[in-house]
Design a protein around this ligand. Structure first.
Ligand code: ATP
Ligand code: MG
Length: 511
């Protein structure tokens, strides 16, 4: 069976402005059928803007897009889809209450009046047998782990015959192994010209291992590009941000201080979204001046643990105490104990979409002096000045404090929430994948901030799927598996092999 080639896509002189701000400035790239092209750039460089122009979400202000040699106006995503272009986003687009099969099917632009579910299901089953990764087809989307959801998003595009696949940081939510598998699979399909891939990522390793071409954007401009073979991690990083040093420099000062217990969790249980027992008796302690890292493959209860500690999920049993007092994650308790939280999906769980950057930065303090006077009078001048200081300190790329928070790029939303939470001078900081979606320079800066907070005496609970990050920052590392902490080690004795075995659930045999 000969399949048609993926479309030949070419952008020339592409330019996009938002008001007086130029987000994309004269960018030209040719994507030959079967290419695996990586798009790199620091947070706010214009990567998402470029691909949104290709997908018809934005209309460019200058330049052209040609598909198979014909210059074409992509008025909306439907036009893009008809040309074989498909996109997988940084966030999920699945309908939570529908099953995987239903989600795959309804992604179609033109649905028949009556869906014959039996033949639809047969079609999906046949399609799935050709796919090298498995997902539970009958589970509801809301029951899936982040990694599973991401796979369904990709399957959905392939199922609908899209042959030019744009992936906007698709692996941020996957474990390293899952990411390797997925990218390897896509690279294999690109090699046989079954599809073309345009990958946006901050992970140099992924670019070097899987892509064959690369384009680097900086502040909307194309600064370099070409065959990946002509670059290395250092040269790519340098063209991204125009500097070479991205090492976090703040070191944990000395051995653990053995500070007082700040967070104490005893035998915590909670149900997951499927009514399953997601937390099966978690006990942990975080002391002042230490970072406790929680390692684990996503979907082993980390999200539910953070939910409970943020007050977004009921515990079915157990006790949580902060500074020796019972703690239910109420707003007042968070303020009094200075608890900072960086949740997963910070735009959704940590921001108010209808508010500005300054208002989001002031969320914890807008009703307190000095921003609020006389109890409720919000001093917008103070709010804006405070926001400006945080924008500068945390290098948040934005048009200013009055910009809507929805105009921020993905990485800059992450920085905003971290800035706000760290500004609280937290006594307890709970951070879930704090560097998700951040560029290399930002990762180093955030690592510095977390270690500095720890050195100032904060207790930090750091959940991360990135073992390198945990090994770099933690004083102790525990592994979460099946809703329990199954292993713990001090950083001095931490060993990647042992951690990996416990993450895979093989700890008992290995011990
Ligand atoms: N709808 C919009 N209105 C105003 N400004 C916008 C809008 N969308 C994006 N921008 C701005 O354009 C710039 C580029 O944003 P874009 O989302 O393309 O960045 P990015 O390279 O994808 O970054 P990240 O790695 O953080 O996802 C940013 O400064 C952003 O604030
Ligand atoms: Mg982006």
């Amino acid at each position: 069976m000969t399949q048609p080639l993926p479309p030949h896509v070419e952008v020339a002189g592409l330019t996009k402005r938002f008001g007086s701000f130029t987000a994309l400035d004269d960018v030209s790239i040719r994507f030959a059928p079967g290419c695996f092209h990586a798009l790199l750039g620091e947070n706010g460089a214009g990567k998402s803007t470029l691909v949104k122009c290709l997908m018809g979400y934005h209309q460019p202000d200058g330049g052209s897009v040609a598909v198979d040699g014909r210059e074409i106006g992509i008025a909306n995503p439907r036009t893009a889809h008809a040309l074989g272009l498909g996109m997988v986003y940084q966030h999920f687009t699945l309908v939570p209450s529908m099953t995987v099969a239903e989600n795959l099917y309804v992604g179609r632009d033109l649905l028949p009046q009556v869906i014959d579910w039996r033949s639809a299901r047969a079609e999906i089953d046949a399609f799935m047998t050709r796919m090298p990764f498995r997902v539970p087809v009958d589970a509801r989307a809301e029951e899936l782990s982040a990694g599973e959801k991401q796979k369904v998003e990709i399957l959905k595009q392939l199922f609908h015959g899209r042959r030019f696949l744009i992936l906007d940081e698709p692996t941020s939510v996957l474990t390293p192994q899952e990411a390797e598998d997925m990218l390897g699979l896509l690279a294999g399909m690109a090699k046989t010209k079954a599809l073309s891939v345009l990958l946006i990522t901050h992970k140099m390793r992924e670019v070097l291992a899987f892509a064959d071409e690369v384009t680097v954007l900086r502040r909307g401009r194309q600064v370099t590009g070409g065959a990946v073979a002509d670059f290395n991690a250092a040269s790519l990083a340098e063209s991204m941000v125009g500097a070479t040093a991205f090492e976090a420099t703040t070191k944990r000062d000395g051995a653990r201080k053995g500070g007082e217990e700040v967070l104490e969790v005893v035998d915590l249980t909670a149900d997951g979204d499927r009514g399953n027992r997601a937390l099966a008796g978690v006990s942990l302690t975080v002391r002042a001046g230490e970072i406790l890292g929680i390692a684990g493959v996503s979907g082993n209860g980390q999200r539910e643990l953070v939910d409970v500690l943020c007050g977004q999920r009921h515990a079915t049993g157990g006790v949580v105490a902060v500074d020796g007092e019972p703690y239910h994650a109420r707003r007042g308790e968070m303020r009094d104990h200075r608890v900072g939280i960086l949740p997963e999906e910070p735009m959704r769980n940590g921001c108010v979409r209808t508010m500005t950057v300054a208002e989001n930065l002031g969320l914890h303090t807008f009703d307190r002096p000095p921003i609020a006077r006389g109890g409720f009078w919000i001093d917008h001048h103070v709010l804006r000045e405070k926001a400006k200081a945080l924008i500068a300190r945390f290098n948040i790329r934005t048009q200013g404090p009055d910009a809507p928070v929805t105009s921020l790029s993905g990485g800059n939303v992450q920085r905003l929430v971290l800035a706000r939470e760290l500004d609280r001078a937290p006594r307890l900081m709970i951070a879930a994948n704090p560097c998700f979606g951040l560029d290399v320079a930002a990762v180093a800066a955030i690592h510095d901030e977390l270690v500095a907070a720890r050195n100032r005496g904060a207790a930090i609970l750091l959940l991360s799927e990135d073992l390198d990050e945990l090994l770099a920052l933690s004083d102790r590392i525990a592994v979460m598996f099946g809703g329990r902490l199954v292993y713990e080690t001090g950083i001095e004795t931490a060993d990647v092999g042992a951690l990996g075995r416990h993450m895979a659930g093989d700890g008992a045999e290995a011990a």
